[in-house]
Ligand binder design. Structure first.
Ligand SMILES: [Zn+2]
Length: 216
């Protein structure tokens, strides 16, 4: 599929690590890959809000095509490894023994060059938990002192967030028969079944309606 024909990437998973899995999808019977090159990878990271626009701009300017393509290839390898992990563990609470499978993520995270600063936060006066005028810890990453490999960090972080904070029993794949989209079911009663009503929910409803009409 050519780039112009490609729709906007899906961000329907309620989780950035699962959205990353969904950066290749088969919603209408043809596979769509949103990360076919280094430039594609930058675009996806920017749209996902995982890397600040100013940092993306800098990489577009300073990094070579070859470097960016290489980090995109690594990202796809990480994505497909993570797909296997999610397939294996989704639907049940994650056990601590899964740690043995996570060395790839921890290796990426160990490259980080983060530091903390005290800044005035975005929390409004009413929502503050203390009376300290809204001063907060902020994590800052030294993006530019690192090679483009650093672009894997927000992905490894998103995966770590899912692993450490989400309830894996509510990580689900869409029930659409050919759909491959994952999501974190954060609905109140955990009854979410579809990637989105627009893509699969309506189609399922229409199919059920046709089946009902046929049987009448
Ligand atoms: Zn679906």
């Amino acid at each position: 599929m050519t780039k112009t024909a490609r729709p906007e990437p899906f961000f329907v998973a309620d989780d950035r690590a699962l959205d990353f899995l969904n950066s290749v999808a088969n919603p209408w019977g043809t596979e769509i890959e949103w990360i076919e090159s280094g430039q594609d990878f930058l675009e996806w990271l920017e749209k996902a809000g995982l890397v600040p626009a100013s940092v993306i701009k800098q990489y577009r300017k300073d990094a070579s095509q070859k470097e960016l393509d290489s980090v995109a290839a690594q990202a796809l390898k990480l994505r497909e490894w993570f797909r296997g992990f999610v397939h294996k563990h989704a639907g049940r609470p994650l056990k601590s023994s899964a740690l043995g499978e996570l060395s790839a993520i921890n290796r990426i995270l160990a490259r980080d060059n983060n530091y903390r600063q005290i800044e005035v936060g975005n929390v409004s006066k009413e929502d503050r938990t203390t009376k300290n005028a809204g001063l907060e810890w902020t994590n800052i990453r030294r993006w530019r002192s690192l090679s483009p490999d650093v672009l894997l960090l927000p992905l490894a972080e998103a995966m770590g967030d899912l692993i450490c904070h989400a309830e894996f029993e509510h990580v689900k794949i869409c029930e659409g028969p050919t759909c491959t989209l994952w999501f974190n079911d954060v609905s109140k009663n955990h009854t979410r079944r579809w990637c989105s009503m627009a893509v699969c929910g309506n189609r399922a409803k229409a199919a059920a309606h046709r089946a009902k009409n046929r049987s009448m």
